[in-house]
Design a protein around this ligand. Structure first.
Ligand SMILES: Nc1ncnc2c1ncn2[C@@H]1O[C@H](COP(=O)(O)OP(=O)(O)OP(=O)(O)O)[C@@H](O)[C@H]1O
Ligand SMILES: [Mg+2]
Length: 381
């Protein structure tokens, strides 16, 4: 096999597919074998030695001392056997990676300077960079333009983070929704060298960061369309990360779903996440220090109830009611909670009391304690 005639993208695609499909993760923190391969993946493509390309060093890395002896060895033989058994470049896991790695070449003139700058300035400054669109627990998303269209590039936090592996995981997850629907986040390209993934920019704001006007704009047809897109996602084996930061809404284009993963969950689960996300719309505005803060949340709750009632009436009229039972219960519970807040605010003295017991310096309760329930994909490659 003449591996040297292959492009760097082809070799990277092969090594990546082999590592993720055929090299066992020992389960050590985030998979040490995969970490190491992806850190060095640029070198495999550049150098003459794909053979013998990697042997894991492992000294005292595992809790169980007996297993530290030789928990994995990524061998050249294993790699060659893998390529033969899968039919080489035609294998889907290789072909897909190659497609998204090749696509990056087009974006490189626009995105590489941005990525280079963002990596130099580090995580904190990234949070203030004019390109910043949003930030999550793992990554920040930065916008840029390419060929007259808006895209975003996602970078994992921290200068030592493994952007190559993170990008490969994004590929594994987002590949499920590729070309299926514009309101399912669309991957455009990845680069192991830049440690970056490029996506199409989705219009709107994520639900946590939605302004009041967005909550007010939610219409029944948009909710119906959201349920339709969720059905498409369900059929494609897509799972949602339930945080409201992973659901988008634009008054013009309706709801959208980002940061999804390849995992098993029911349609009923998806509905529950969606209900929860709607009931937390605008949550990042919910600092409660002044009368205005309380009144803003009051206004949000009024609009959240209205949106949830629309959703409830749609759920009520669906034929396959068994899928909707839990969602309807959740809607009623969220409406009751929002309603209680509104009644409290309307109760004479309640607001004054709240303001009196709340020191002005208290930090705003922006994030609910139960909000960080990021789900791990069940189907890890
Ligand atoms: N394709 C997109 N279009 C528009 N905005 C986006 C897109 N992807 C991400 N964002 C914004 O960036 C934020 C963080 O992105 P993302 O959810 O992918 O990061 P993460 O760290 O993986 O998230 P999490 O904290 O949910 O694990 C989102 O909440 C959203 O505001
Ligand atoms: Mg997210």
């Amino acid at each position: 096999m003449n591996i040297h005639a292959k492009s760097p993208e082809q070799i990277q695609a092969q090594v990546a597919a082999y590592t993720r499909e055929a090299v066992e993760d020992t389960g050590y923190w985030k998979g040490r074998e995969h970490e190491e391969v992806f850190r060095n993946i640029g070198n495999f493509a550049a150098g003459p030695a794909v053979d013998h390309y990697y042997t894991v060093e492992h000294e005292g890395m595992l809790d169980d001392a007996e297993t530290t002896e030789s928990y994995h060895d990524i061998s050249a033989d294993g790699y060659i056997d893998y390529l033969r058994s899968k039919g080489g470049r035609r294998h889907q896991a290789i072909e897909q990676r190659k497609k998204f790695l090749d696509a990056y070449a087009d974006f490189a003139p626009d995105v590489t300077p941005l990525v280079t700058e963002l990596k130099q300035i580090g995580r904190v400054e990234r949070g203030f960079h004019p390109s910043l669109l949003g930030t999550g627990t793992n990554a920040s998303a930065h916008s840029f333009e390419h060929g007259g269209k808006q895209y975003i590039v996602k970078l994992v936090h921290g200068s030592k983070s493994n952007g190559a592996l993170a990008s490969d995981r994004r590929l594994h997850d987002l590949e499920r929704g590729y070309g299926l629907h514009p309101r399912l986040e669309q991957l455009a390209a990845i680069s192991y060298d830049d440690g970056a993934a490029v996506m199409e920019r989705m219009s709107g704001a994520d639900l946590w960061h939605s302004p009041l006007a967005n909550i007010a704009a939610i219409s029944k047809p948009q909710l119906r369309e959201a349920l339709h897109v969720m059905h498409i996602a369900q059929d494609a084996g897509i799972g949602f990360d339930p945080n409201g930061s992973n659901f988008m809404y634009s008054p013009e284009d309706g709801f959208g779903f980002i940061d999804y993963n390849a995992s098993a969950e029911t349609y009923s689960d998806k509905l529950l996440f969606f209900v929860d996300a709607i009931s937390t719309m605008g949550m990042y505005n919910d600092a409660k220090q002044t009368r205005e803060d309380f009144m803003l949340e009051n206004a949000e709750n009024v609009l959240r109830i209205s949106a949830l009632q629309k959703l409830r009436s749609i759920c009520d009229s669906e034929p396959d009611q068994e899928n909707y039972t839990l969602a309807i219960e959740a809607i009623d519970e969220r409406i009751a909670r929002a309603d209680e807040y509104i009644r409290n605010v309307a109760t004479p003295g309640w607001l004054e009391n709240q303001l009196a017991v709340r020191p002005v310096s208290e930090s705003p309760t922006h994030v609910r304690s139960d909000s960080n329930t990021s789900r791990q994909p069940i189907d890890t490659m």
